[in-house]
Design a protein. Structure first.
Ligand code: 5GP
Length: 194
Protein backbone atom coordinates (compact mmCIF):
# COMPACT_ATOMS: atom_id res chain seq x y z
CA UNK A 1 0.00 0.00 0.00
CA UNK A 2 1.80 3.04 -1.35
CA UNK A 3 0.57 5.72 1.12
CA UNK A 4 1.61 3.51 4.01
CA UNK A 5 5.05 2.86 2.51
CA UNK A 6 5.58 6.61 2.10
CA UNK A 7 4.57 7.25 5.73
CA UNK A 8 6.99 4.54 6.90
CA UNK A 9 9.82 5.98 4.80
CA UNK A 10 9.14 9.62 5.70
CA UNK A 11 8.08 9.35 9.34
CA UNK A 12 9.24 5.95 10.62
CA UNK A 13 12.33 5.73 12.81
CA UNK A 14 14.43 2.56 12.90
CA UNK A 15 15.30 2.00 16.55
CA UNK A 16 17.31 -1.18 16.02
CA UNK A 17 17.64 -4.05 13.52
CA UNK A 18 14.39 -5.44 14.93
CA UNK A 19 12.21 -2.49 15.89
CA UNK A 20 10.55 0.29 13.88
CA UNK A 21 9.02 3.29 15.64
CA UNK A 22 5.93 4.74 13.98
CA UNK A 23 4.75 7.05 16.75
CA UNK A 24 4.31 9.89 14.24
CA UNK A 25 1.35 8.29 12.41
CA UNK A 26 0.19 5.02 14.03
CA UNK A 27 1.33 4.34 17.61
CA UNK A 28 1.03 7.69 19.38
CA UNK A 29 0.01 10.47 17.02
CA UNK A 30 -2.46 9.02 14.52
CA UNK A 31 -2.86 10.19 10.92
CA UNK A 32 -6.63 9.87 10.45
CA UNK A 33 -6.49 10.10 6.65
CA UNK A 34 -3.98 7.25 6.49
CA UNK A 35 -6.02 5.30 9.07
CA UNK A 36 -9.07 5.59 6.80
CA UNK A 37 -7.05 4.44 3.77
CA UNK A 38 -5.80 1.45 5.81
CA UNK A 39 -9.40 0.56 6.70
CA UNK A 40 -10.45 0.79 3.04
CA UNK A 41 -7.58 -1.46 1.98
CA UNK A 42 -8.35 -4.13 4.59
CA UNK A 43 -12.02 -3.77 3.72
CA UNK A 44 -11.36 -4.47 0.04
CA UNK A 45 -9.14 -7.47 0.85
CA UNK A 46 -11.77 -9.09 3.10
CA UNK A 47 -14.98 -7.85 1.43
CA UNK A 48 -15.95 -11.38 0.32
CA UNK A 49 -15.15 -13.09 3.62
CA UNK A 50 -18.52 -12.39 5.28
CA UNK A 51 -16.86 -10.85 8.35
CA UNK A 52 -19.21 -10.39 11.32
CA UNK A 53 -16.74 -8.82 13.83
CA UNK A 54 -13.33 -7.17 13.76
CA UNK A 55 -11.07 -7.98 16.72
CA UNK A 56 -7.92 -6.13 17.71
CA UNK A 57 -5.84 -5.44 20.83
CA UNK A 58 -5.48 -2.16 22.72
CA UNK A 59 -4.18 0.38 22.12
CA UNK A 60 -2.44 0.63 18.77
CA UNK A 61 -4.73 -1.78 16.97
CA UNK A 62 -7.80 0.33 17.69
CA UNK A 63 -7.37 2.98 14.97
CA UNK A 64 -6.83 0.56 12.04
CA UNK A 65 -9.36 -1.84 13.58
CA UNK A 66 -12.01 0.87 13.78
CA UNK A 67 -11.60 2.06 10.20
CA UNK A 68 -11.65 -1.56 8.97
CA UNK A 69 -14.83 -2.27 10.94
CA UNK A 70 -16.36 0.92 9.55
CA UNK A 71 -15.59 -0.25 6.03
CA UNK A 72 -16.93 -3.78 6.62
CA UNK A 73 -19.91 -2.44 8.61
CA UNK A 74 -19.24 -4.65 11.64
CA UNK A 75 -18.59 -3.93 15.31
CA UNK A 76 -15.00 -3.57 16.51
CA UNK A 77 -13.92 -5.37 19.69
CA UNK A 78 -10.58 -4.65 21.29
CA UNK A 79 -8.98 -7.11 23.69
CA UNK A 80 -7.77 -5.55 26.91
CA UNK A 81 -4.25 -6.02 28.19
CA UNK A 82 -5.04 -5.10 31.78
CA UNK A 83 -7.78 -6.31 34.05
CA UNK A 84 -10.74 -3.97 34.09
CA UNK A 85 -12.79 -3.30 37.24
CA UNK A 86 -16.00 -3.55 35.27
CA UNK A 87 -14.93 -6.67 33.38
CA UNK A 88 -14.04 -9.45 35.79
CA UNK A 89 -16.08 -12.52 34.93
CA UNK A 90 -17.48 -14.09 31.79
CA UNK A 91 -14.14 -13.64 30.06
CA UNK A 92 -12.20 -15.21 27.25
CA UNK A 93 -8.49 -15.04 28.13
CA UNK A 94 -5.12 -15.83 26.53
CA UNK A 95 -1.51 -15.22 27.49
CA UNK A 96 0.52 -13.03 25.13
CA UNK A 97 4.23 -12.32 25.38
CA UNK A 98 4.85 -8.72 24.31
CA UNK A 99 7.57 -8.23 21.71
CA UNK A 100 8.24 -4.60 22.63
CA UNK A 101 7.84 -4.79 26.43
CA UNK A 102 9.26 -8.31 26.96
CA UNK A 103 6.56 -9.17 29.47
CA UNK A 104 3.63 -11.58 29.39
CA UNK A 105 0.12 -10.15 29.65
CA UNK A 106 -3.18 -11.89 29.98
CA UNK A 107 -5.47 -10.48 27.30
CA UNK A 108 -9.20 -10.57 27.78
CA UNK A 109 -12.46 -10.11 25.89
CA UNK A 110 -15.96 -10.45 27.33
CA UNK A 111 -17.80 -13.57 26.17
CA UNK A 112 -20.71 -11.24 25.37
CA UNK A 113 -19.02 -9.92 22.26
CA UNK A 114 -17.67 -12.94 20.40
CA UNK A 115 -20.28 -15.58 19.82
CA UNK A 116 -20.47 -19.03 18.31
CA UNK A 117 -20.77 -18.67 14.54
CA UNK A 118 -19.03 -15.29 14.36
CA UNK A 119 -16.60 -14.89 11.47
CA UNK A 120 -13.85 -12.72 12.89
CA UNK A 121 -11.19 -10.63 11.19
CA UNK A 122 -8.18 -9.98 13.44
CA UNK A 123 -6.34 -6.68 12.90
CA UNK A 124 -3.06 -5.57 14.46
CA UNK A 125 -0.53 -2.82 13.87
CA UNK A 126 2.64 -4.97 13.71
CA UNK A 127 3.52 -8.60 13.15
CA UNK A 128 6.79 -9.75 14.74
CA UNK A 129 6.68 -13.20 16.41
CA UNK A 130 2.95 -13.67 15.97
CA UNK A 131 2.20 -13.80 19.70
CA UNK A 132 -0.48 -11.11 19.73
CA UNK A 133 -2.26 -12.51 16.66
CA UNK A 134 -2.15 -16.09 18.02
CA UNK A 135 -3.52 -14.89 21.36
CA UNK A 136 -6.37 -13.08 19.62
CA UNK A 137 -7.06 -16.16 17.46
CA UNK A 138 -7.21 -18.26 20.63
CA UNK A 139 -9.90 -15.94 22.07
CA UNK A 140 -11.96 -16.36 18.88
CA UNK A 141 -11.64 -20.14 18.93
CA UNK A 142 -12.50 -20.39 22.64
CA UNK A 143 -15.82 -18.76 21.69
CA UNK A 144 -16.38 -21.41 18.96
CA UNK A 145 -16.16 -18.67 16.37
CA UNK A 146 -14.01 -18.70 13.21
CA UNK A 147 -10.88 -16.70 12.39
CA UNK A 148 -11.62 -15.47 8.86
CA UNK A 149 -8.20 -13.87 8.49
CA UNK A 150 -5.51 -11.74 10.05
CA UNK A 151 -4.82 -8.23 8.74
CA UNK A 152 -1.51 -6.64 9.67
CA UNK A 153 -0.56 -3.02 8.98
CA UNK A 154 3.24 -3.54 9.13
CA UNK A 155 4.70 -7.03 8.85
CA UNK A 156 8.36 -7.56 9.69
CA UNK A 157 8.81 -10.43 7.28
CA UNK A 158 12.30 -11.18 8.60
CA UNK A 159 10.78 -12.24 11.93
CA UNK A 160 8.90 -15.54 12.39
CA UNK A 161 5.30 -14.30 12.82
CA UNK A 162 3.92 -14.86 9.32
CA UNK A 163 5.27 -18.41 9.08
CA UNK A 164 3.82 -19.27 12.46
CA UNK A 165 0.40 -17.91 11.53
CA UNK A 166 0.38 -19.64 8.14
CA UNK A 167 1.50 -22.92 9.70
CA UNK A 168 -1.44 -22.61 12.07
CA UNK A 169 -3.67 -22.33 8.98
CA UNK A 170 -4.55 -18.64 9.06
CA UNK A 171 -4.84 -16.31 6.05
CA UNK A 172 -2.52 -13.31 6.58
CA UNK A 173 -2.88 -10.02 4.67
CA UNK A 174 -0.23 -7.37 5.38
CA UNK A 175 -0.29 -3.85 3.96
CA UNK A 176 3.47 -3.29 4.21
CA UNK A 177 6.04 -6.08 4.38
CA UNK A 178 9.51 -5.21 5.61
CA UNK A 179 12.43 -7.37 4.55
CA UNK A 180 14.98 -5.71 6.84
CA UNK A 181 15.74 -2.82 9.19
CA UNK A 182 19.50 -3.27 9.04
CA UNK A 183 21.75 -0.16 9.03
CA UNK A 184 18.87 2.05 10.24
CA UNK A 185 17.15 1.67 6.85
CA UNK A 186 13.73 0.30 6.00
CA UNK A 187 13.65 -2.19 3.13
CA UNK A 188 10.40 -3.54 1.71
CA UNK A 189 10.00 -7.13 0.61
CA UNK A 190 8.75 -6.14 -2.85
CA UNK A 191 12.05 -4.40 -3.64
CA UNK A 192 13.69 -7.82 -3.61
CA UNK A 193 11.04 -9.92 -5.31
CA UNK A 194 10.13 -7.46 -8.10
P1 5GP B 1 4.17 -10.12 17.98
O1 5GP B 1 3.09 -10.41 18.97
O2 5GP B 1 3.81 -10.49 16.57
O3 5GP B 1 5.49 -10.69 18.41
O4 5GP B 1 4.39 -8.56 18.02
C1 5GP B 1 3.35 -7.72 17.62
C2 5GP B 1 3.02 -6.72 18.68
O5 5GP B 1 4.21 -6.15 19.23
C3 5GP B 1 2.22 -5.59 18.07
O6 5GP B 1 0.96 -5.56 18.71
C4 5GP B 1 3.00 -4.32 18.35
O7 5GP B 1 2.34 -3.57 19.33
C5 5GP B 1 4.33 -4.77 18.92
N1 5GP B 1 5.45 -4.64 17.97
C6 5GP B 1 6.18 -5.66 17.44
N2 5GP B 1 7.20 -5.19 16.69
C7 5GP B 1 7.10 -3.85 16.72
C8 5GP B 1 7.87 -2.80 16.12
O8 5GP B 1 8.87 -2.99 15.40
N3 5GP B 1 7.47 -1.53 16.37
C9 5GP B 1 6.39 -1.24 17.14
N4 5GP B 1 6.07 0.03 17.29
N5 5GP B 1 5.64 -2.21 17.74
C10 5GP B 1 5.99 -3.51 17.52
Amino acid sequence: MEELKQAILNKGVVLSDGVLKVDAFLNHQIDPVLALQIGKEFGSRFINSRITKVLTIESSGIAPGLTTALELKTPLIFARKRKSLTLSSNLLTAKVHSFTKNETNEITVSKDFINEGDNVLIIDDFLANGEAALGLASLVEQANATVAGIGIVIEKSFQPGRNKLEEAGYVVESLARLSSLVDKKVHFLEEISE
